[in-house]
Ligand binder design. Sequence first.
Ligand SMILES: Cc1ncc(COP(=O)(O)O)c(C=O)c1O
Length: 385
Amino acid sequence: MSTTVRALPLEQLRERTSEKWREYPADVLPLFVAETDFPLAPTITRALERAVAIGDTGYIASRTPLAGAFTAFAQRRYGWAPDPARMRPTADVSMGIVEILRRVTSPGDGVIVMPPVYPPFYDLVEEAGAVVERVPLRDTGSGWEIDLDGIRIALEGGARAVLLCSPHNPTGTVHSATSLVALAELAAAHGAAVVSDEIHAPLAQRGAGFLPFLAVSDAAREVGYAVVSASKAFNLAGLKCALMVTASDGPTRVVRSLPIEVEWRTGQFGLLAAVAAFSEESDEWLDGLLATLDENRRLLADLLAEHLPGARYRTPDAGYLAWIDLTDLGWGENPARRILREAKVALHYGLAFGAEGAGHVRLNFGTSPEILTDAVMRVSTLRDA
Ligand SMILES: Cc1ncc(COP(=O)(O)O)c(C=O)c1O
């Protein structure tokens, strides 16, 4: 049994004041930034209402239940129980990535990223004082995988860290155990760190075989850092809370060496919401969300096949982001621009994810079937225009 999780109606969504609902005028359907259109999980609403009622709006405490809540969540959802003593909170996943990269690289060192990838990764590496080394994902013909040969060559060339996106944004790829084990071994052999951004992990579909990087092997625990958050699955990005997770002494020492300010920037509401999200009481809601996203990812396949033949889309293993190749429609390098201007649908520009994104768009299907259908129908009108 799971709760049914349905997106809010469009009129209500338009009352929201976040980026998704304020960037474009009201005649545009926004399916770009990674916010979802669902109501909050009731456990989270209750936690935040209580905090508002009693004015619980100070700094986060130095001892909080967050790490323990994540351990219990990881145990229930992934069969993995990381040690809460080896974690520290921070404001968001991006900050966790930057702070860890600053510690594990020296200025000018190479950090491997795997395009097409979440656009801010390029900026985060630079913010840490390092240099992006691109090792694109390999297209296998039916999916994407880590290019282990490419990674080996980059590590032999001196790259000091790998910034892994697991599951991968924008393709929704859940990396295989074989790839992750081999990646850990390569990193260990070259004395490099792996920073695994697992923000989309709670949204891996059952059966996709998601494995936390730190759970795959001793080598992964020796070289690895995971940065996790409840924010994508539970739509809490504005509340600011993430967790840096380690599983062996070297990485734990690195995370402990970060100044206390890195923790203090965590939002109190974010922390309260994350504890509620990771609690067992929210599991049924999360299962309901996964069921809805499973329906949406299939609906999108049907809609594209019927109304936009020529669009190439592989159903993602995780999350609510669809990576769609529109090259065959002949709409040029940046189809999202024309789609925004003429169809009034805001999608993420493929090129922002790297040169591999030419001709592609990223579409957020964390919404209602009605909005998703309307969006594809609007885009399909351009076919004959
Ligand atoms: C892979 C990935 N990492 C990080 C972020 C941003 O997370 P945060 O807001 O916690 O920095 C996102 C947001 O969509 C994302 O998709």
